[in-house]
Design a protein around this ligand. Structure first.
Ligand code: PLP
Length: 403
């Protein structure tokens, strides 16, 4: 069976050159980079070199990079580290309703411990309103944390504008750039961000490594107290193999970004057009233009996204759905709900996220097999029958996982 992977926003395969860059540090170059003897030399050099490579992706200085264990750690470090160091100045945080759980749940946790959090709304395209952000700022606002690009819809936020505003008001601005990394440029100087977070495994490096850019002069309290690693900002012996991998992945991303994003845009648009033409009652979730080149989130009305995923999986196609039907309770995606999309429509959503190994043939295969699947599922839906007058051939809904 053909295997087609269209779930790169969940995780990416490891690039062969990235894999090769890790290997010495899992074998002969095992030393602790902080040691003073021969065994430390190559590992230390690798960490230094990776720091330069990652800094290059952000257009910052190597001293402004902190290596972490994942994107979630970076988000926690940025948010908890800033509010802890600024709590004398104020207790107000601004974020959005559509952040990744690493930001959303960190902010919800802080809201329970005495911080005041504003969760900004988005419009039906999943876009925030700068005027709303301006209105939300108070004298007590110490942090704005807004993602660069949304993992579910691919919507890209106006980070440069937000950065300018935050700078004017003297508020620290963190952006979760995990989905942006490698897909669109993250020039922290141009964007005026104080902190930006990335994760290795969304960028063709392995799981368990990430990095945060923290602008020189921005003081944050460490999440992990310990040794003097990362200039006292993150204790713990360095994950040398992971760090070397992340460095290599950033280098490759810088080299290939332009060409890759052009290719991915073509695949994304081909899939969107192909599905919309062949399948009635579809809807694009997200902004038609302000969107990552690789991400397509579509709703297929009258069917469950989960059922589509199972059917796609049987054909070797890996995709993802915004909603998760877990232990009998159906929770629609918080992102689609925030966009005001009805529960029925959001339940029929599927996210296709393309990556560097995907081809036109992959896309055409999905366009070939998905319409018949949706048609078959709809033929069993009384809702579809009611709406379209087409006969449903069973008397119950196949999509009843809400109780
Ligand atoms: C995946 C992801 C994260 C979390 O990264 P991990 O390395 O898996 O912890 C954070 N934010 C966004 C937008 C993501 O897509």
């Amino acid at each position: 069976m053909k295997k087609i992977y269209l779930d790169h926003n969940a995780t990416t395969p490891i690039h062969p050159d990235v894999y090769a860059a890790m290997l010495p540090f899992l074998k002969e170059d095992f030393g602790n980079p902080s040691s003073v003897h021969w065994a430390a030399r190559n590992p230390r050099k690798a960490v230094d070199e990776a720091r330069e490579q990652v800094a290059h992706l952000f257009n910052c200085d190597a001293s402004e990079i902190i290596f972490t264990s994942c994107g979630s750690e970076g988000d926690n470090l940025a948010i908890k580290g800033i509010v802890e160091s600024k709590k004398d100045k104020g207790n107000h945080i601004i974020t959005t309703k559509v952040e990744h759980p690493a930001v959303l749940n960190t902010c919800k946790y802080l809201a329970k411990t005495g911080f005041d959090v504003t969760f900004l709304d988005v419009d039906s395209y999943g876009m925030i309103d700068i005027e709303e952000l301006k209105k939300a700022i108070t004298a007590k606002t110490i942090l704005i944390s807004i993602m660069y690009a949304n993992n579910e819809t691919g919507v890209v936020f106006p980070i440069e504008e937000i950065g300018r505003l935050a700078k004017e008001r003297n508020i620290i601005f963190n952006t979760d750039a995990v989905q942006a990394a490698g897909k669109i440029p993250i020039d922290v100087k141009k964007l005026n961000v104080d902190i930006a977070v990335i994760s290795g495994h969304k960028l063709y490096a392995p799981k368990g490594v990430g990095a945060a850019y923290v602008k020189r002069g921005v003081r944050l309290i460490p999440l992990i107290h310990g040794g003097h690693q990362e200039r006292n900002r993150r204790g713990g012996t360095e994950n040398v193999a992971g760090i070397a991998a992340l460095g290599k992945a950033c280098e490759i991303a810088m080299q290939d970004m332009k060409e890759e994003s052009e290719k991915l845009t073509i695949l994304r648009d081909r899939l969107q057009k192909g599905l919309a033409e062949k399948i009635p009652y579809t809807k694009l979730n997200g902004h038609p233009e302000k969107r990552l080149p690789n991400t397509l989130n579509m709703s297929f009305e009258f069917v469950e996204g989960e059922s589509i995923l199972l059917n796609l999986d049987m054909k070797g196609i890996a995709a993802s759905s915004g909603s998760a039907c877990t232990s009998g309770s159906l929770e629609p995606s918080h992102v689609l709900v925030a966009m005001g999309i009805t529960h029925e429509v959001s339940h029929g959503s599927v996210r296709f996220s393309m990556g560097r190994d995907n081809t036109v043939e992959d896309i055409d295969y999905v366009i070939e097999v998905l319409p018949a699947m949706v048609e078959r599922m709809r033929s069993m839906s009384p809702l579809y029958e009611a709406k379209t007058g087409k006969a449903a051939n069973v008397s119950f809904s196949s999509s009843d996982c809400s109780h």
